[in-house]
Design a protein around this ligand. Structure first.
Ligand code: GDP
Length: 367
């Protein structure tokens, strides 16, 4: 039997025997010139995700292979979910290869975010996490901003070798690669993209001008991503689609903000001050008194406080409290994958609550 073709969407080898498993396509589709697996077909046409059985071990195996090859590793992170989309230990998988760090979805940041501050912060975070990238860039794969510069940086740092694009699921890796292909060849949407985490399955090889190739590796599921705790319907609501419009709240101590039912922010101690919320414009923010906050959550999670929706609230993890004493003015409290709240004034005590497993951290304001 001749070798089966691969799916033009996800790169998986097509198989016609096991529906529900990766690469399945109905036998009739084999006659077509361009074959797309059922999963990618549904995703493309109905924006609906079919779960497939691919384990974390499979992803790790592919990553492990990177260290044995020679080339530039391009690591893509989601600027909005920097820590949630980080791949811990990539420097160990990299062997001696250089890593170029690209932060995607820059179009979501308010215009007032200072590029220099952002790059500086990413550099510090990367170093803290054990990674010394050869360069750091921001792009919007969606709009195309910065993509040309990113292509030039890739060309410069690959030194004539292959390129491996890695990233956790949902960082926009496929969108980025599609952009590159489009810019280089004029072809549209070669790789499947979607709202849902984990849509790119096997390594896809894209030939470069010389004898080398660019490889799209599978998105790695990072269980710290808020996205994994949400149903697809709810996920759509938290993912910002447009530039975030900061929302300012003047709070007295002992007041609480709920961000849907996904996160909570208590102003515990300090003078009346302003807090600027940077999260998806569609998410509702609910203000209440600290003393009523627990009860409100118990009674109204899934209705007034949603997402998660009533239907999916049972499987949503409990919120975990993180307390911060903020000494400096203009400090961000970051909810990984959701956004951040800027504490405008110094000397306050606040508590941030996020679902168990989702990171909360503090940084000097990017604005
Ligand atoms: P992958 O899993 O890393 O391959 O991610 P995809 O390319 O499928 O993108 C995941 C989601 O992020 C999709 O809903 C994309 O539309 C969205 N996305 C990708 N790039 C950008 C970007 O530059 N800006 C914004 N706002 N959204 C993006």
């Amino acid at each position: 039997m001749s070798e089966m073709p691969t799916c033009i969407g996800c790169g998986m080898q097509i198989q016609t025997e096991r529906p529900g498993e990766a690469g399945y396509a109905p036998p009739s589709s084999l006659n077509k010139e361009e074959i797309i697996c059922q999963r990618c077909f549904r995703l493309k046409n109905y924006n609906e995700l079919q779960p497939v059985s691919l384990t974390d071990d499979d992803f790790l195996k592919i990553l492990n292979g990177l260290g044995e090859r020679k080339g530039l590793i391009v690591k893509i992170v989601d600027i909005f979910d920097f820590n949630g989309s980080w791949l811990p230990g990539l420097h160990r998988f990299a062997g001696g290869n250089d890593i170029l760090l690209i932060a995607n979805k820059a179009d979501l940041l308010p215009k007032s975010v200072k590029q220099q501050k952002l790059i500086h912060w990413m550099k510090q975070e990367a170093n803290k996490l054990g990674l010394k990238p050869v360069d750091i860039l921001t792009v919007s794969a969606h709009k195309g901003d910065g993509v040309e510069e990113a292509m030039q940086a890739i060309e410069k740092h690959r030194n004539g070798e292959d390129v491996y694009i890695v990233g956790s699921t949902n960082v926009g890796k496929s969108t980025f690669i599609n952009r590159i292909i489009k810019q280089a060849t004029g072809q549209n949407d070669v790789i499947t993209t979607s709202h849902f985490p984990g849509t790119t399955l096997d390594m896809i090889e894209i030939p470069l001008d010389d004898e080398r190739s660019l490889y799209d590796t599978p998105g790695i599921i990072n269980h710290h991503q808020l996205a994994h705790y949400l149903h697809a319907d709810d996920l759509k609501k938290i993912m910002p689609k447009k530039e975030i419009k900061p929302r300012v709240f003047q709070l007295n101590p002992e007041q609480t903000l709920y961000i849907g039912g996904l996160a909570r922010f208590d102003f515990i101690q300090g003078k009346r001050s302003s807090f600027t919320v940077h999260i998806a414009n569609d998410l509702l923010i609910h203000r209440t008194k600290l003393e009523n906050a627990d009860q409100l959550y118990e009674e109204h999670l899934g209705d007034m406080l949603s997402p998660p929706s009533a239907e999916h609230k049972e499987s949503f993890p409990e919120l975990v409290r993180h307390e911060f004493r903020v000494k400096d003015s203009k400090t961000d409290i970051v909810f990984s994958g959701l956004g951040w709240i800027t504490v405008q004034h110094p000397d306050v005590v606040v508590a941030a609550y996020a679902p168990r497993g989702v990171e909360v951290m503090i940084r000097p304001s990017l604005i």
